[in-house]
Ligand binder design. Sequence first.
Ligand SMILES: *Cc1c(COP(=O)(O)O)cnc(C)c1O
Length: 382
Amino acid sequence: MKILENDLSQRRAQKLYRERLVLESPQGVEVRVGEDTLLSFCSNDYLGLANDPRVIAAFQQGAKQYGVGAGASHLVSGHSRAHHALEEELADFVGAERALLFSTGYMANLGVMSALTDRNGAIFEDRLNHASLIDAARLARAKVTRFPHVEVSRLAGLLAHTPRPKLITTDAVFSMDGDIAPLTGLSDLAAKHGARLLVDDAHGLGVLGQNGRGTLEHLGLALALPVILMGTLGKALGVFGAFVAGEEALIETLIQRARTYIYTTALPPAVAEAVRASLRIVQEDGWRRERLRALVAQFRAGAERLGLVLLPSLTPIQPVVFGTSEAALQASQHLREQGILVPAIRPPTVPEGSARLRITFSAAHETAHVDRLLEALSAIRV
Ligand SMILES: *Cc1c(COP(=O)(O)O)cnc(C)c1O
């Protein structure tokens, strides 16, 4: 029986084999991998907070005050003052009645969707939704329909023919493309059809909107029915964890029914303390969002001069599509030889034939870093 070995060698042959890098340094603009110091354009630490001294200090203080482990699930005895305060601050920040912490965004999506739908329900997903939203629909066991990427009118047609209770879900900023979902249209459509709309703002929170409240703020939308917001704390907020925000009855329902909330250990309270510090910085440091916008504009102008094909993204996610996995791997390898770290993103993370370099920017990057990236990209021939 060589089933696993055969599968693995097939993956290798298809250039789909994945390997991990071992970082010797904290996350940052420069990371150490083995003996090499690499200029990184691939983390989701968009605001440069993952290694911020104030966030680290809050984490240390939290560990002194609460110890390391939460010791139990939230419903048993693991819900500390730190968690509770963070939930209130997050709800305030995004303008919701309540917020509920989850251990990861993946679990939050699973929890919400399986708590709100069952076999009798219908779930509608944008075709490019994150894997956690796809998996969540499976766990919910509802009838799943995937609609063409950002095509609100196509979704309208599908909804009209479904008598079941409906849940629509979308990435707010698409994780591998960087474009923004048509949330206004989706929200109107959901309201019209009595559906809920779960918005996964993993990549917008902290980054988009005047105050960093995310994609809803960017689009001038309130967090009100039918919208449910899922935000993550391990990307722009630089720490770990996730939350769901919405109306009182929604949060109470999740506490009663969301299995990935109920049957798992609460986040370490020190993590909650670190997020509280980072949330303050997100609100105070508007310059970090300004800096990101400037870096993205610099990159797009330079890349267009080089004739690179960019996607219509205004966010810090700036993919360069190469097509085959082999071409994307070669491009990544070329950058690596120039001391630049951007792994190739291949199927099934992205659709077949659209393997890419997913370049991401951080407020900690400097103009000169972007110049170096552009210069290295200019030498790639595929
Ligand atoms: C990263 C990500 C998640 C998962 O969040 P984690 O906290 O890392 O589990 C969910 N949705 C999207 C769109 C993401 O990019």
